[in-house]
Design a protein around this ligand. Structure first.
Ligand code: 5GP
Ligand code: MN
Length: 327
């Protein structure tokens, strides 16, 4: 079954619901989870959100963010809803606790690569944000958005479309966004919190990483290491978003930000301009994502990671160029 009605039916029978989303949560993960939490609480359902990583400071303004924890599932819920996660791996350790407690798993996602791991699966790759799918679910739950719900969901719209700038930003998404504003969400405040709100430490880390900037054949990339983070007091999370910034370079078709994690693995964050597909590249390295934004974590040296990922990105760029020339 693959429609919102099946999700609404499963939720309408539940008394307690645990909502999970992916590790390294972004605005769509946190916004859709909290939006659904507030909607269910309005129906007097016991609902809570758990994530395997902390909420980033740029999303701490969301109502309910302070309640989110990564603790083990103490009381077995009736239903566990997993949002914005293409596979259980993406959720992290929390997913194992959920499967152990035997509750009904409801999987709501917009990644085309979703593995349909739930008992109920609603996967809509045409939706720019899972938060929009939750917005579509509200009437089926008999809920109209209040300012809390609207703020959480609009944040998911804004962050997954990079401020309504991605090609999948549809008239329907903008109409839904307008309705959320009318319901009490402040677009200006969400934009300010989500995008205009960097820590000095993060920008200092970027200054180090940008010293490593390379550009070849339409591919731009940087690396950042634990030593760079130590030098400025930054954490792994401060490297997030750098790939989005790199893609603003006019000459770049695709961008990669390599982060040597504290455990020695190498996380690569990929971004692509329209017409290129970095999800395909990420999938080759065991990762995933969307055509314009994807990522993977590699268990190899930094040099090996850069060598193999950059050559795959160059092939993606030259393959695209060949397509354009042929047509
Ligand atoms: P970011 O570069 O911001 O970490 O991630 C961009 C997109 O790629 C997001 O949609 C994220 O969910 C996805 N992504 C990042 N890393 C991984 C990964 O290791 N596995 C999968 N399946 N998706 C990832
Ligand atoms: Mn998303």
């Amino acid at each position: 079954m693959s429609d919102p009605k099946a999700v609404a039916e499963a939720l309408s029978r539940a008394q307690s619901v645990l909502i999970l989303s992916h590790a390294n949560p972004d605005g769509d993960a946190v916004g859709s989870a909290l939006g659904l939490m507030w909607a269910l609480r309005r129906r007097r359902v016991h609902a809570r959100v758990a994530l395997s990583d902390p909420v980033p400071p740029t999303l701490a303004f969301l109502p309910g963010a302070e309640e989110i924890d990564g603790a083990d599932v103490v009381d077995a819920p009736d239903v566990c809803v997993v949002l914005d996660s293409s596979s259980p791996n993406h959720v992290g350790d929390l997913f194992e606790h959920v499967t152990a407690c035997g509750c009904l798993i409801v999987n709501v996602d917009h990644h085309v690569t979703n593995g349909r791991f739930g008992h109920v699966n609603w996967i809509d790759p045409s939706s720019p944000a899972v938060a929009q799918m939750i917005y579509r679910l509200l009437p089926l739950l008999g809920i109209r958005p209040d300012p809390q719900i609207a703020t959480c969901l609009l944040t998911g719209f804004v962050t997954d479309t990079n401020g309504f700038s991605t090609p999948n930003t549809t008239p329907r998404l903008l109409r839904d966004a307008a309705e959320l504003m009318a319901a009490g969400a402040s677009l200006a405040e969400i934009m300010r919190q989500a995008f205009l709100n960097r820590s000095l430490t993060q920008v200092r880390l970027w200054a180090h990483a940008l010293q490593t900037l390379c550009f070849e054949e339409g591919v731009v990339w940087t690396v950042n290491t634990p030593a760079m983070r130590q030098a400025v007091g930054a954490t792994e999370r401060d490297s997030s978003d750098l790939s989005t910034f790199l893609l603003t370079i006019r000459e770049a078709h695709v961008a990669a930000s390599f982060t040597v994690l504290d455990d020695g693995r190498v996380k690569v964050s990929l971004r692509a301009k329209p017409g290129y597909n970095v999800a395909q590249v990420a999938a080759r390295f065991g990762g995933g994502g969307h055509p314009p934004a994807a990522g993977a974590t590699l268990e190899c040296s930094l040099d090996e990671a850069v060598e193999s990922v950059v050559s795959a990105l160059k092939a993606q760029v030259s393959g695209h160029t060949a397509e354009v020339k042929r047509s």
